[in-house]
Design a protein around this ligand. Structure first.
Ligand code: F3S
Length: 394
């Protein structure tokens, strides 16, 4: 792999030990995947933030980096943490967990990372442009930025994203190259999609079928950005889809060559079977929406549904701190709180320790959350559209 004179110097330790170590990691990655050079990145999103996922070893590693004065060179955001960083007591997060989570956030802050913990950074002030090279980690954010925005990123691991943030570059391979962004399978959608959970079911079903291929969808007549994030998140969870194209809807679809590809069809039957497979529970003892993190529009929809009513069980909607603040100004948080629900920031149902908080069955409208909750949080899952989930609690 070609390195500039400056990069050679970094590798020789002229910019300090931390840079040397992290740059070496990027060079190794580049060598493994056949990169020709390093390319500058416009922004980074780092996963591995929740204390539940990284534990003491991760926390100590980050504190060590921060103490050695490691500093990021580009706009860097974080994936969700294990709790609401401000209101954790109110929602019943355990105090010892909170103490460690706050230590982790402190280490990130010292490195110059924006301590906004969200999987929808593009809704919270970190919006890449079309064809911008970025190094993001969280699978739904990777899918959205590649597919809906047309930015270019591989799915980075926690350490490689941190290295890209601190060195400002990433190796040029994989989805950074146009030739690797062409579709490899066609998906004909022959069913009407209404709710975000319909898109989640479609994504979950397709991810299972296509694994890590690049689907080219036809037959999706319309979809808003919330539905596209639901689709991509589910496909990345049940498969490993990091990029998809939709005829007439996503920015690179017109340039994609889909003729002659093998194809699969998804109809009513397949969508129904995905709903059935994702449903493992009977009655939820909590409903958690906002996977991926909710947009302002999704919070307004929930506020409208619960306005003036009383919920029987807790209902959370997870989002970023920025979107929560906008929702606060619009009065949505108050409406939801009066009904007995909560707008929870910085975390989500999968990376927070909900199993330690006494919940056993969680209601969700996200294919991704339904995919992970049984394994990560020992939850039974009630998978349904938002109307059924919320009406069941009124
Ligand atoms: Fe985001 Fe958590 Fe879902 S990180 S995509 S809300 S599992």
């Amino acid at each position: 792999m070609h390195l500039t004179k400056n990069e050679e110097k970094i590798l020789n330790g002229e910019n300090g030990e931390v840079m040397k170590r992290l740059f070496r990691l990027l060079v190794r990655l580049g060598d493994i995947y056949g990169a020709d050079k390093m390319i500058p990145v416009g922004s980074v999103q780092v996963a591995g933030v929740s204390y539940k996922s990284i534990g003491d070893p991760g926390m100590e590693f980050l504190e060590d980096m921060a103490s050695k004065n490691a500093k990021v060179q580009v706009l860097t955001y974080l994936n969700p943490a294990g709790m609401d960083l401000e209101d954790w007591k109110k929602y019943g997060f355990p105090a010892d967990f909170a103490k460690n989570q706050l230590r982790i956030m402190d280490a990130f802050r010292k490195m110059g990372i924006v301590v906004t913990a969200t999987c929808t950074p593009y809704l919270a002030g970190n919006l890449p442009r079309f064809r911008e090279h970025i190094a993001w980690s969280e699978s739904s954010a990777v899918s959205f930025s590649n597919s809906v925005i047309g930015a270019r990123t591989n799915r980075e691991g926690g350490p490689s994203a941190l290295a890209a943030a601190i060195c400002g570059v990433t190796p040029n391979y994989g989805l950074h190259l146009w030739e690797n962004r062409q579709p490899t399978i066609k998906v004909k959608v022959d069913v009407d999609l209404d709710f975000n959970s319909d898109f989640g079911s479609l994504g979950w079903y397709v991810g299972k079928q296509v694994k890590n291929k690049i689907p080219y969808f036809t037959g999706i007549k319309n979809a808003n950005t919330d539905q596209l994030k639901a689709l991509g998140a589910a496909m990345a969870a049940s498969g490993a889809v990091a990029l998809y194209h939709i005829e007439d809807l996503t920015p690179e679809a017109d340039l994609a060559k889909s003729k002659g590809l093998e194809s699969i069809t998804v109809g009513k039957k397949e969508l129904k079977s995905a709903y059935e497979k994702l449903n493992t529970g009977k009655k939820p003892d909590i409903v958690i929406l906002g996977c991926p993190h909710a947009s302002l529009r999704e919070i307004s929809v929930l506020a409208e549904k619960v306005k003036g009513k009383k919920l029987k069980k807790p209902v959370w909607i997870c989002t970023s701190r920025m979107v929560k603040e906008a929702a606060e100004r619009m009065g949505y948080n108050e409406i939801i709180a009066k009904a007995g629900g909560s707008v929870v920031a910085d975390t989500c149902m999968v990376v927070s320790p909900i199993e330690q908080m006494g919940y056993k069955t969680t209601g969700v409208n996200s294919g991704k959350a339904a995919n992970y909750l049984p394994g990560f949080c020992k939850q039974d899952v009630c998978y349904a559209n938002i109307d059924d989930l919320v009406e069941g609690q009124l």
